[in-house]
Design a protein around this ligand. Structure first.
Ligand code: FES
Length: 166
């Protein structure tokens, strides 16, 4: 894939995963610049539509980070997230998207090293897969046009995403 650099969007809960990134920074633990982090108060606040939109609008991968089970600040938010991601994975798989592009991880505020490891693994996995093709507006940085399969896949993903929200 030459010098292809994947774009990964990370949605992290404020109390654990996001603080884990801070602890990586404080500990001077290196992690790849490919990950753009968006903070949410809880992983349960991450609407599946945000994830699908990320793929449609140019992300090659999406990483969700929350508190470990039993440690969610809002009681069972992360359990809800786990269920949603399970449904969403089925939807993206049926749209022809490799499951390595969507990852859910529990990262505590002291696990900066875990965050860095996961970030590195995900970048390597996606480099292997290459850019995500068939998204709205074309195939991304590699050029090409939007195929019929891509448009159908997007509609299917959105429909499934809405179902998983209920
Ligand atoms: S507050 Fe972190 S997952 Fe809910």
């Amino acid at each position: 894939m030459g010098n292809y650099e994947p774009r990964i969007i990370a949605f992290f809960c404020n109390w654990c995963a996001y603080s884990g990134v801070d602890s990586a920074g404080v500990g001077r633990i290196q992690y790849p610049p490919n990950i753009k982090i968006i903070r949410a108060m809880c992983s349960a606040r991450i609407d599946p539509v945000f994830i699908l939109d990320s793929f449609i609008k140019g992300a090659d991968g999406v990483l969700i980070g929350g508190c470990h089970p039993g440690e969610c600040n809002y009681d069972k938010g992360n359990i809800t997230t786990k269920k949603r991601i399970k449904f969403l994975k089925k939807a993206i798989e049926s749209a022809g998207i490799d499951l390595r592009r969507l990852r859910l991880e529990w990262i505590s505020s002291s696990e900066g090293d875990k965050f860095a490891r996961i970030a590195n693994e995900m970048v390597e996995d996606i480099k292997e897969l290459g850019p995500l093709k068939g998204r709205a507006g074309g195939t991304g940085r590699t050029g090409g046009t939007r195929g019929t399969r891509g448009a159908k896949g997007e509609r299917k993903m959105k429909k499934e995403g809405e179902k998983s929200w209920q």
